[in-house]
Design a protein around this ligand. Structure first.
Ligand code: LLP
Length: 422
């Protein structure tokens, strides 16, 4: 599942002791395994090899240039959602012909830049957006390829904040609206209607919601075909769940075994947009213990990483496993020392926790711990709240390691600000 394992009492990333990286680069520190990252991409590619889909890595899950580059080199395309992500893609020379662009709020400038860059297609989320893309493409005298993002109204049974395919969410258009758009396709100048897009949510651990969505889409496609609408592509989004705790998500092969036959029947070329499945378990967040605080209610282990570094526990009550970098039992501590523990950050909010009520060995000041499964939506959602500098990021490959993002400096924090006296 990943390449963070104990070798004796020490946690390693591939062939490098994580403690060595913490000593060299400091904490909080994101550490990624190249092998896990690339391995997950290749697993998916292999599972779907029968239909050879275009796999567009979802940049929002982890947008570090070196992470993107590692995947591009193995043939990945990119799923972007902003001008900033397009900028990153261009920066590393990504093949624009493999870039798909979703987002409910693409601005005119973003649309213009994306058309100029020659991206493969837009995943269109509203009628107004489609009209704007048509307008911009016409001015630029280019043709813009689009997939219409369908909101199939299927509940993916995941956290409500990451549910996107139900009727009460802001994403995509309902089937009737989509049908009307396709039937009036001649009215949209300089638009090439390529097909459909669907993404019902994230961290989906069951295959059933995917199958339900595909069934609905498949009937919809039948209807369009009967009306003579030509379609070429079906983008089935991302959303594959991973193991954080006790989840039993579908494997790539298990997932493919269920959906490939349906996709073959539908007969369109396929795009996938996975993020978390590829990078989630390929990264950890390393933190140092500052204090251990036994209160009347419980034990708090205060670490130097907080909700600004990893917001998932605070925002979604997400579970991330906590592992000591050096197994503490081996330091002569007894099992009685285990106590229900909250791992908390230094930020001035009670929601600032990385783990709650865990059965953990006694950590002491200076001990190091790893927050597992932090590769997706970890660094990419981090912030400077409490004027904290964002963490450094290191990529490990075998026995080598590379600093792929330096730690921010205090100067970085105020670089764009002015102290104006009025
Ligand atoms: N495609 C679209 C259109 C998306 O909106 C997303 C994610 C993906 C693909 C990739 O989904 P994935 O394969 O990673 O599930 N911050 C949340 C997750 C937000 C997902 C947003 N959209 C979290 O930390 O759980």
């Amino acid at each position: 599942m990943h390449d963070f394992n104990y070798n004796g009492k020490e946690l390693y990333c591939e062939k490098v002791p994580v403690g060595k990286l913490a000593a060299k680069f400091g904490t909080p520190l994101y550490v990624y395994s190249h092998k896990t990252l690339v391995g997950h991409f290749l697993k998916l590619k292999k599972a779907f090899s029968d239909i050879r889909p275009l796999i567009c890595f979802s940049v929002k899950s982890n947008s570090n240039l070196s992470i993107l580059k590692a995947l591009l080199e193995r043939g990945a395309g990119l799923d972007i959602v902003s001008g900033g992500e397009l900028y990153r893609a261009k920066k590393i020379g990504a093949d624009a012909g493999k870039i798909v662009y979703a987002s409910v709020g693409k601005t005119k400038e973003e649309i213009r830049d994306a058309i100029r860059a020659g991206i493969f297609l837009f995943n269109v989320e509203s009628l107004q957006e489609l009209a704007l893309i048509s307008e911009v493409a016409t001015v630029l005298k280019k043709e813009a390829r689009v997939c219409i993002r369908i909101n199939p109204n299927i509940d993916p049974h995941t956290h409500r904040y990451i549910t996107t395919g139900t009727v009460d969410s802001k994403f995509g258009v309902d089937l009737d609206t989509a049908r009307i758009i396709f039937l009036n396709r001649e009215n949209f100048k300089n638009i090439k209607f390529a097909g459909l897009h669907v993404h019902i949510g994230s961290q989906i651990t069951q295959v059933a919601p995917f199958l339900a969505a595909l069934k609905r889409i498949s009937l919809f496609i039948d209807g369009l075909r009967k009306m003579g609408v030509p379609l070429e592509w079906l983008n089935i989004g991302g959303g594959l769940g991973i193991i954080y705790n006790q989840e039993r998500p579908q494997t790539a092969e298990g997932f493919a075994a269920k959906v490939v036959p349906i996709l073959k029947k539908i007969g369109l070329k396929v795009i996938l947009e996975p993020g978390r499945f590829i990078v989630g378990n390929a990264g950890i967040l390393v933190a140092s213990v500052i204090y251990v605080k036994d209160t009347l209610a419980k034990r708090f282990v205060v670490v130097d990483a907080g909700m600004n570094d990893l917001i998932r526990p605070a925002l979604y009550d997400a579970y991330h496993e906590i592992l000591p970098l050096v197994k503490t039992e081996d330091k002569g501590r007894k099992s009685e020392d285990r106590k229900k523990t909250d791992i908390v950050g230094p930020i001035c909010e009670s929601g600032d926790f990385l783990a709650k009520g865990r059965d953990l060995p006694l950590f002491g000041p200076g001990d190091l711990l790893a927050v597992m499964g932090a590769g997706a939506y970890g660094f990419s959602m981090s912030s400077n709240y409490n004027s904290r500098r964002r963490a450094a990021e290191v990529l490990v490959k075998g026995d080598k390691f590379y600093l792929i993002r330096g730690r921010e400096s205090f100067d970085d924090l105020v670089r764009l600000e002015k102290a104006i006296r009025l």
